[in-house]
Write a protein that binds this ligand. Structure first.
Ligand SMILES: [Mn+2]
Length: 245
């Protein structure tokens, strides 16, 4: 090979190496879309999950309700979500019970219902362990949450809602979907939480796993319950990879 030929070859080789490095770098920072639900105060599992998925500033996390109650870390998780600009929280029935009790439209009897459903730690922290200004900031944040969202990831459409797709806001956060129901939408996959997946797959012997139904996916793997079979589940919507902590 002539010396000019060798230089051309070396330059080409160098260019290919640089391109290869650039592709690797791009794949490391490519933004990814994740969803979780029903963390129910399990702060440690939530932090472990963020580490496991290597959640970065360019990724987006949708949390489909029920961050608070049952276990004591709910307010810390809420504060983390509020401080982040790439975590999107949807309203769950537990956030609604908190709002009904402490929000601007106080609902008669809501405090008893909330406390019966694991709200004691959240209630105590909001009422007695923070300033009225901080409490107001949290309540106003909860009051601003959407109760459903339609998103598109890589050409696939998803409808995110805490419990059931419906025109009725109460059904959206309170009802339980039937595992044998027909697909709710012809063109979108529904992703819900609220109902631990053991009730959908009738499997109470194995660790709870994300349930894939007919046009609907349930990602509530039982956080906040007492069973040792519970997990925090996380679904990456780009490739439907599942993660558990
Ligand atoms: Mn719920």
């Amino acid at each position: 090979m002539s010396s000019t030929g060798a230089t051309v070859y070396e330059n080409f080789h160098k260019w290919i190496s640089e391109l290869h490095r650039a592709i690797i770098k791009l794949s490391e920072v490519a933004p990814l879309i994740y969803c979780m639900s029903d963390i129910h105060g399990e702060y440690d599992r939530f932090q472990k999950m963020l580490e496991l998925i290597k959640f970065s500033d360019s990724d987006t996390l949708y949390i489909i309700g029920d961050v608070i109650d049952r276990k004591p870390g709910g307010i810390d998780i809420l504060k983390q979500i509020m401080a982040s600009n790439n975590m999107v929280l949807l309203l769950g029935n537990h956030e609604q019970m908190c709002l009904d009790t402490l929000g601007p439209n106080n609902v008669y009897g809501s405090r008893a219902l909330w406390l019966q459903n694991g709200g004691s730690d959240t209630y105590r922290e909001l009422m007695y362990m923070m300033t009225p200004t901080e409490r107001h900031r949290i309540i106003m944040f909860l009051a601003s949450l959407p109760d459903h969202l339609d998103i598109e990831v890589g050409g696939k459409k998803f409808h995110l809602v805490h419990d059931s797709p419906s025109d009725d806001p109460n059904i959206r956060i309170w009802d339980r979907p039937s595992p044998s129901a027909p697909p709710p939408f012809p063109d979108r996959t529904v992703i819900v939480g609220h109902t631990p997946t053991c009730y959908m797959n009738k499997d109470e012997r194995n660790p709870f796993a994300i349930w894939h139904g007919n046009g609907i996916i349930d990602i509530d793997c039982g956080c906040g319950n007492e069973t040792l079979l519970r997990h925090l589940g996380c679904l990456r919507l780009d490739d439907m990879e599942e993660f558990y902590t």
